[in-house]
Design a protein around this ligand. Structure first.
Ligand code: CA
Ligand code: CA
Ligand code: CA
Length: 164
């Protein structure tokens, strides 16, 4: 994104926002990977998170938006390439079926999610405690339902954020 000094004078507040975004974009120390797709920025956190709440907090605290809501096959395909197949990555994404088993909605908006590529045998709602979603880089079907708290797991947050 380029913005002229003249525009910056006119839109000083916006420029401050843009400058802070650029800082996030350039900060490789905080992310495993980042990318852009369809006017969105995407980030995979380097620090591990152990729960959906931690993933959500990491996205917000780093100016990276919110956990990814997969809304199209195209977005899903982009995310598959971002996590890099066989990288070992497991990432928290948006989606919960806590209210109705098998009906997945965004925690942020409540909107129903309809794009899935489940791993074999998933979603299994194991021990009736799996109400959140992960995307797994190493499986052909990449989605799995998991507990929203995974103290023993090593996950990253996968965040998306609107570009200006
Ligand atoms: Ca999305
Ligand atoms: Ca469930
Ligand atoms: Ca499962």
């Amino acid at each position: 994104m380029t913005i002229s000094a003249f525009q910056c004078l006119l839109f000083a507040a916006l420029c401050v926002l843009v400058a802070s975004d650029i800082k996030v974009i350039l900060d490789n120390a905080k992310v495993i990977a980042k990318g852009t797709f369809s006017n969105k920025l995407y980030y995979i956190s380097k620090p591990p998170v152990a729960s959906f709440a931690q993933a959500k907090n990491w996205c917000a605290a780093n100016g990276a938006g919110y956990p990814v809501e997969i809304e199209s096959l195209e977005e899903f395909a982009f995310l598959e390439s971002l996590v890099k197949p066989n990288s070992g990555l497991r990432v928290f994404i948006a989606g919960t079926d806590a209210n109705k088993d098998g009906t997945w909605v965004s925690q942020r908006t409540g909107a129903q999610l309809n794009v899935f590529d489940w791993s074999f045998g998933e979603p299994n709602n194991n021990e009736r405690q799996e109400d959140c979603l992960e995307l797994i880089a190493d499986r052909a079907g990449r989605l799995n339902d998991i507990p929203c708290n995974n103290p023993n797991g090593v996950f990253s947050a996968l965040c998306e954020k609107e570009l200006f």
